[in-house]
Design a protein around this ligand. Structure first.
Ligand SMILES: [Zn+2]
Ligand SMILES: [Zn+2]
Length: 241
């Protein structure tokens, strides 16, 4: 009640506006319909393993040439948006400008890929698990972007969430490395406590992150989850890099 009143007063002082075009909005939203429609969603055809989309006519399920040589620990990866335009701006501002209120908007965008039929068993026996940050990086950023999205998505979908993974090595930032370097860099970067292990037994895990690039981070997390008793792991991200 108090929370609602405070938020109403705040709306009067600072009328809510669209994060991208700054037009005024009704309370509870941070993105106008026009800007939401201008985002570039990932639509079929896309690779059934890594979610990379392709131009052209492919009507049957396919795996991209990149995934032919790779053996992932996760079942499949799927993302809401291409990593350009408005999507990129939203993630950038959310992550680096501490616009944490955008988490709900980003989670809303993930509801579309979540409708993929492969997620069906994950909806009934599922658990949303965020890719963890090392505590040192989290202290610097003040929040874990994946965890914030995870909490909002859980509230929107009623799928429980659990921060089951721990990042035990403060790995260097991955963006400048090639695939081989990324893999080396991530070795033994993640772990899980016995208490968390007990809670993921037999579960269908949806691993949540902001961006999927080569999949090496998601793959390392999926490896730990699968080794510790998860039934299956799929990856859901806002952007496909
Ligand atoms: Zn707008
Ligand atoms: Zn692929």
């Amino acid at each position: 009640m108090l929370k609602k009143t405070v938020s109403r007063i705040l709306d009067l002082i600072y009328p809510p506006s669209c994060h991208l075009c700054e037009c005024s909005l009704i309370a509870g939203s941070h993105l106008c319909d026009t800007c939401r429609h201008e985002l570039s969603p990932i639509e079929p055809p896309f690779c059934t393993r890594c979610g990379e989309s392709y131009d052209g006519q492919i009507n049957t399920p396919f795996t991209c040439p990149n995934c032919h040589q790779l053996d992932f620990h996760f079942d499949f990866a799927i993302a809401a948006l291409h990593s350009d335009g408005g999507g990129k701006e939203l993630i950038h501002d959310f992550k680096y400008m501490r616009q944490i209120h955008l988490a709900a908007e980003l989670a809303k965008l993930m509801n579309t890929p979540l409708k993929d039929s492969r997620f069906r068993p994950y909806l009934t026996n599922g658990l949303l698990v965020p890719v963890p940050l090392h505590w040192m990086r989290q202290r610097k950023r003040r929040f874990n972007q994946a965890e914030e999205i995870c909490k909002k998505l859980s509230a929107q979908t009623n799928i429980p969430h659990l921060s089951a993974l721990k990042r035990i090595r403060n790995t260097q930032t991955q963006t400048r490395h090639n695939r081989a370097k990324r893999l080396e860099n991530l070795k033994s970067a993640f772990s899980m406590t016995m208490r968390m292990k007990a809670r993921i037994q037999g579960k269908h895990i949806i691993l949540i992150d902001d961006v999927f690039t080569t999949g090496s981070t998601a793959n390392e997390c999926a490896k730990i989850l699968m080794q510790n008793g998860a039934q299956k792991t799929a990856v859901l991200t806002v952007l496909r890099g």
